[in-house]
Ligand binder design. Structure first.
Ligand SMILES: [Zn+2]
Length: 98
């Protein structure tokens, strides 16, 4: 991951064929939430398609079906981690700018 500017806009850039990808992933995952924690799979009706690793990787292997509840949980966890990443700022002094 590069030090991209994230956090100010929570919207990911989605490809033009996102509706098709979304439908494909929901069908592949049988419209069931793939959230698993403590070796238990959620299995509720999935309404959302999530990026397993946040970012702009829209390949099918990085997409999974989630129920709206778990999608919200995952998004909020990612949101909580974002400030730690963006806090890092290189300090560079350009003598010419002063
Ligand atoms: Zn779920």
């Amino acid at each position: 991951m590069s030090g991209k500017w994230e956090g100010s806009t929570r919207r990911h850039e989605l490809p033009d064929d996102w509706p098709q990808r979304r439908a494909y992933v929901l069908a592949r995952d049988e419209h069931r939430c793939r959230w698993h924690e403590h070796s238990t799979v959620c299995g509720q009706a999935a309404t959302d398609v999530d990026h397993i690793r946040p970012g702009n990787d829209h390949r099918y292997e990085n997409l999974q079906a989630l129920c709206s509840e778990h999608h919200a949980i995952k998004s909020s966890r990612e949101g909580n981690e974002a400030p730690r990443v963006t806090r890092w700022r290189p300090v560079e002094r350009h003598p010419g700018l002063l």
